[in-house]
Design a protein around this ligand. Structure first.
Ligand code: 5GP
Length: 182
């Protein structure tokens, strides 16, 4: 598996260090608040587990699953339809929601989830993503915490898949269909 994907673009050590920093920041920012950490499955599972344990205040945990399917072609390009396929188990009314995503690409998933969760009247809602591809953004969505900004390449590992595989790769690598020659 490691040979196929060649060298990591974000190593395990870099991941650990950055997640520790994010955890510290979130611990400070959410001190005294009633934080519900909402993970977006499946992609965020690895990041979520590490981030939650890097946060040093008591938090609630919950998860959502979304589908982003049926790309519709509009004159302006392709528009994804994002749907929430599972509901939260926690009541987030009056609580401080921190949405945890694997990657913000076009921004449509994050925007949809923030809008949908806002209807449940949390006290606050912020977004934390392990990865962001700023070049790919089609809408303006506020991302409060970003692990790494990455270029416009398809990446796998650390929770992110290619055809449902490679989520368990312990680092982040660029998907190379041709195989890595180095
Ligand atoms: P957005 O709604 O921001 O366009 O897309 C977010 C979703 O697109 C992510 O949750 C992920 O499923 C998928 N995605 C975007 N870029 C990548 C990538 O480089 N690798 C993988 N594995 N998934 C990606």
């Amino acid at each position: 598996m490691e040979r196929i994907f060649g060298r990591p673009i974000v190593t395990q050590e870099q991941m650990r260090a950055r997640i520790r920093e994010l955890g510290k920041q979130i611990t400070t920012d959410y001190a005294g608040m009633d934080c519900v950490l909402v993970g977006v499955l499946k992609g965020a599972y690895a990041f979520y587990a590490d981030l939650a344990r890097a946060i040093r205040i008591p938090i609630r945990v919950d998860f959502l699953m979304v589908t982003s399917e049926g790309s519709q072609t509009k004159s302006s390009g392709k528009v994804k339809t994002v749907k929430m396929v599972t509901e939260l188990t926690e009541d987030i009314k009056g609580k401080d929601v921190l949405l945890v995503e694997d990657i913000v690409d076009s921004g449509l998933t994050a925007q949809y989830l923030v809008k949908t969760l806002a209807k449940k009247k949390p006290r606050s809602i912020k977004v934390c993503t392990l990865l962001s591809k700023p070049e790919r953004r089609v809408i303006n969505v506020t991302i409060d915490y970003v692990g790494f900004k990455i270029p416009n390449k398809y990446v796998v590992g650390y929770g992110l898949d290619y055809q449902q595989k490679y989520r368990n790769l312990p680092y982040l690598a660029v998907l190379d269909m041709e195989g890595d020659q180095e």
